[in-house]
Design a protein around this ligand. Structure first.
Ligand SMILES: Nc1nc2c(ncn2[C@@H]2O[C@H](COP(=O)(O)OP(=O)(O)OP(=O)(O)O)[C@@H](O)[C@H]2O)c(=O)[nH]1
Ligand SMILES: [Mg+2]
Length: 209
């Protein structure tokens, strides 16, 4: 049997990227979304990756979600993973002001520098709302930042899983609503997403001597 002749296993493949300071809960959010579990995770080394199949907006979708390390020493490595992402999730911790100020100091700049999709959808996520008594960043501040930078916005908790599904659903619905992001490259053909793991160096860096 030639499996390639059967109907595609998904309508679209979307590449999503998670960025933000170390400790804000990117990996926890991803685990909460893909496995419905929460555990105390170690900081990510480099980049991690998970796949989830979902039905959203009447479409069968394969989400390839890249979870980057927030620690600065991995920044050079993680920068290459912005390439081709249709959606970027910027996470901060509502109980740590520095993780919020670094959104404009670091993360929005990283997107400008490395994202290759002009119309890429950005989602701002304020995580750890279960720690309401420790909150230092108000919801209003999150809303204002999102408005200024043209992002979607949601607050959630990877721990209690409140709004975790909604995070990814909102992002994906907006991608589905953006025709330029549904063009070539995201169609449901069986392609090896692991090929994207090591982007080819561009001409300026690949010359040898
Ligand atoms: N209370 C609470 N703790 C959380 C939540 N999300 C994550 N944490 C905790 O925050 C710590 C950091 O979580 P991670 O998911 O490893 O953070 P990260 O953003 O992936 O960090 P790096 O991989 O270093 O970039 C862990 O101890 C988590 O258990 C949350 O929603 N509520
Ligand atoms: Mg992590």
């Amino acid at each position: 049997m030639d499996s390639s002749s059967s109907s595609p296993e998904f309508d679209y493949l979307f590449k999503l990227l998670m960025i933000g300071d170390s400790g804000v809960g990117k990996s926890s959010l991803l685990l909460s979304f893909t496995s419905d579990t929460f555990e105390d995770l170690s900081p990510t080394i480099g980049v991690d990756f998970k796949v989830k199949f979902v039905n959203i907006g009447g479409k069968k979708l394969k989400l390839a979600i890249w979870d980057t390390a927030g620690q600065e020493r991995f920044r050079t490595l993680t920068s290459s993973y912005y390439r081709g992402a249709q959606g970027i999730v910027m996470v901060y911790d509502v109980t740590r002001r520095d993780t919020f100020t670094n959104l404009s100091e670091i993360w929005a700049k990283e997107i400008d520098l490395y994202s290759t999709n002009q119309d890429c959808i950005k989602l701002l996520v304020g995580n750890k709302v279960d720690k309401e008594s420790d909150r230092v960043v108000t919801k209003k501040e999150g809303i204002n930042f999102a408005r200024e930078y043209g992002c979607l916005f949601i607050e959630c908790s990877a721990k209690t899983r409140v709004n975790v599904q909604q995070c990814f659903e909102e992002l994906v619905l907006k991608i589905l609503d953006t025709p330029s992001l549904l063009a070539e490259g995201s169609k449901g053909v069986k392609k090896n997403i692991f090929n994207e793991k090591r982007p080819q160096p561009d001409a300026s860096t690949s010359s040898c001597c």
